[in-house]
Design a protein around this ligand. Sequence first.
Ligand code: ATP
Ligand code: MG
Length: 259
Amino acid sequence: MGRDVGANGAALLEVEGLRKSVGSQEILRGVSFDVPRGRLAVLLGPSGSGKSTLLRCVNGLETFDRGRVRVGEVVVETTPGNGAAAREAAVREVRRRTGMVFQQWNLFPHLTALGNVALAPRVVKGVPRAEADERAAALLRKVGLADKAGSFPSQLSGGQQQRVAIARALAMEPEVMLYDEPTSALDPALVAEVLGVMRALKDEGLTQVVVTHEMRFAREAADEVLFLAAGELAERAPAADFFANPRDPRAREFLGRAS
Ligand SMILES: Nc1ncnc2c1ncn2[C@@H]1O[C@H](COP(=O)(O)OP(=O)(O)OP(=O)(O)O)[C@@H](O)[C@H]1O
Ligand SMILES: [Mg+2]
């Protein structure tokens, strides 16, 4: 399998031995995978298998007990002696390099589409207003919403709002985009426009990890499938192989139910 190699000879995103328990329940039991630059990985698995928890651990919204997350050359790990302050700084840096899009897009209702996209670059990065607005307009064009820059969220469809949310995440210039069921709250008619944006971003070479129930999208757009079951990575395979010939019995059962 060909591999795009990052500056330090490894994939852009790497997760190693990730473990997390809540109380006595082990939610993640030592998950390892990597995603080369420019690839789209789809994360599949039954409800409760730990998909959301895994994404949230990767981008620092949740802590983990053991293991290591690397984005580019930034590493968050649980090595004893790795001080809390250093770890906090690494988590912040990882969060800066990863954009996250959720099922519910939660745009700021009092800001226009343009205002939503331009806000974080202005507030967090100090980008001057004119420049932030110009870049926001370009991002809205990219997600097919050039004509909606002045619309408020309440004036947009769910699919349009979700595309604004993607543009908003892209405005911070992440190296990796993480999506947790980005189309699950949408009317079926609006799903395709959001999937189309992720396909276009893939064509541009953005690295993406997508939790989704859209099996056709997974089959057509993913380079690789990561199949999670009960907190373990039960199978990892090129998408074509996974769908043609799932090896893990739980993956076979999952696909049987999904089709
Ligand atoms: N903060 C928490 N406290 C207690 N249990 C949690 C917490 N977060 C997640 N869990 C448990 O961890 C397991 C994995 O949850 P998670 O939401 O990551 O699964 P999922 O694969 O995203 O499921 P779904 O497909 O339904 O979204 C579940 O058993 C869930 O109940
Ligand atoms: Mg989930």
